[in-house]
Design a protein around this ligand. Structure first.
Ligand code: ADP
Length: 452
């Protein structure tokens, strides 16, 4: 190596040699360390590969009985799991739109025909909520998730999901049913007969039972979400509010279920509700089938509670332990609880048998713990007594509004929108939505609810 042009003295030269020696020494030490590390890793791997005491790597001689057990000589079979394949959704232009049926809260429903097969179906185009920054609407996701998980004779069959041209065009392809119970009842001259009501109630409750068995709450049971075909069969639809729940129930929003069908615990702000909220709605539907009129038509949350208490009695600590601790109950001043035990309900439905009114009273129990489970409803003596449930084959047929004409709709509240649930009381809430126009309103029978 050429001497440094700065190394002009003997001393400098000696220092240079010394530095070079030290550098070489360091390089050698580093190479040795790396070699040792590699050797350690290899030793560790060997250790792991070594069979443990009880592990037999080579097949034992055929003659020993253990041999065939521990090391089969036949080629091993792979366990196969059938995973659903991934494939693109078909385009909506495989269907020809026949007529518009209804614009709901979360979608537009039309009657359509599949071009290839000629089969008539219902197409529901999901509304993409522009204000929701998360993109795909959660109501649509829940509807697809729950309907795909359900196979039941009284739950509408979701055939497939099809798409339009853009990402915002998603359609549910469902079996088509000619009626929904709300529209049908509006067109009927008389309510359903007792035998027909029983058949409808049994079908509805069997669907609810199936959902509850599968840990799904529907959370928006009402007559407009119950579809009916011309063979007397009903099928539950609109799973936009449905969700899986657990035991114990997770915290869930209390802003669910259309007001007229909403259980008192939801109105009082309970967040850990369960199956009983669907059974309250079943009770409201039962009352509606008997008279053709929605049972509890409140104008707002407070009025709804007033109407419920007027029909079912005032709750007390004895009849509904702990209800006063519900968030919205603290701010309500309730009249003293009187013994009601179904007297008002029985008076409102004079033609209902004792068994029938006892079932209705049970379903409309203020205390959710006292409401029967769907299975108990199915086994209720009301369905055993005469007149017996009518066979679906004997049901009358009705002209289908969904089939052709534009339908007449009477005003009724729709399912609650997602967002902040209104509070009935409390220090920080804005109650204007709840109490707007309250002074001019009709009061519930016999008393009016007041805020303290
Ligand atoms: P949304 O979730 O937007 O409220 P729904 O699923 O409740 O929409 O449907 C609204 C209306 O459309 C129903 O009340 C019913 O009249 C009609 N409808 C929905 N699904 C079907 C179907 N499969 N067959 C016939 N009509 C249907």
């Amino acid at each position: 190596m050429a001497p440094s042009r700065w190394a002009d003295t003997e001393e400098d030269k000696a220092a240079d040699v010394q530095r070079k020696r030290e550098k070489d020494e360091k390089r050698r030490a580093k190479a040795e360390r790396a070699r040792q590390e590699v050797a350690e890793v290899q030793a560790q791997q060997k250790l792991e590969e070594r069979p443990t005491k009880r592990q037999r790597l080579s097949a034992a001689p055929e003659s020993t009985p253990q041999a065939s057990l521990s090391a089969p000589s036949a080629p091993r079979k792979l366990l196969r799991h059938n995973a659903p394949g991934w494939y693109p959704s078909r385009h909506v232009n495989n269907f020809e739109r026949l007529n518009h049926i209804e614009e709901g809260s979360y979608g537009w429903v039309s009657r359509a025909k599949e071009t290839a097969t000629g089969e008539v179906v219902a197409l529901k185009k999901l509304k993409m909520d522009g204000s929701d920054a998360s993109g795909f609407p959660v109501t649509g996701l829940r509807e697809i998730q729950c309907l795909k998980a359900c196979q039941h004779g009284h739950i509408v069959d979701l055939r497939e999901i099809v798409v339009g041209n853009g990402l915002e065009e998603v359609f549910l392809v469902m079996e088509f049913l000619e009626h929904d119970l709300k529209t049908l009842q509006e067109e009927m001259q008389e309510p359903f007969l007792a035998s027909e009501t029983k058949t409808l109630m049994l079908q509805l409750t069997s669907a609810v039972d199936y959902l509850h068995d599968h840990w799904i709450l529907h959370r928006d049971l009402k007559t407009s979400n119950i579809l009916m075909n011309n063979r007397g069969e009903i099928k539950l639809a609109d799973f936009g509010m449905a969700r899986y729940f657990g035991d114990p129930s997770p915290k869930m929003t209390q802003l669910v279920v259309t007001l007229w069908y909403r259980a008192p615990e939801l109105l009082l702000g309970a967040e850990d509700y369960g199956r009983a909220i669907d059974l309250w709605s079943v009770g409201c539907i039962f009352g509606e089938l008997l008279t053709k009129q929605p049972l509890l038509q409140g104008k707002n949350e407070v009025d709804q509670l007033s109407k419920i208490f007027a029909l079912c009695g005032i709750p007390s600590e004895e009849t509904w332990p702990g209800f006063k601790r519900l968030p919205n109950a603290r701010s309500l001043r309730l009249p003293r609880a009187e013994q009601n035990s179904g007297a008002v309900i029985r008076a409102k439905f004079p033609l209902l048998t004792t068994a029938g009114s006892s079932l209705l009273c049970d379903l409309l129990a203020l205390n959710p713990a006292k409401r029967p489970a769907a299975k108990e409803v199915l086994a209720h003596p009301y369905f055993e007594e005469n007149p017996r449930p009518k066979s679906t084959a004997m049901f009358p047929t009705f002209p289908s509004k969904a089939g052709q004409e534009k339908r007449r709709r009477y005003a009724s509240p729709s399912a609650p929108k997602r967002g902040e649930a209104p509070k009935i009381g409390g220090a920080a809430g804005d109650f204007s939505g709840i109490f707007a126009g309250q002074e001019d309103e009709e009061t519930g029978a016999g008393f009016q609810l007041k805020l303290i």
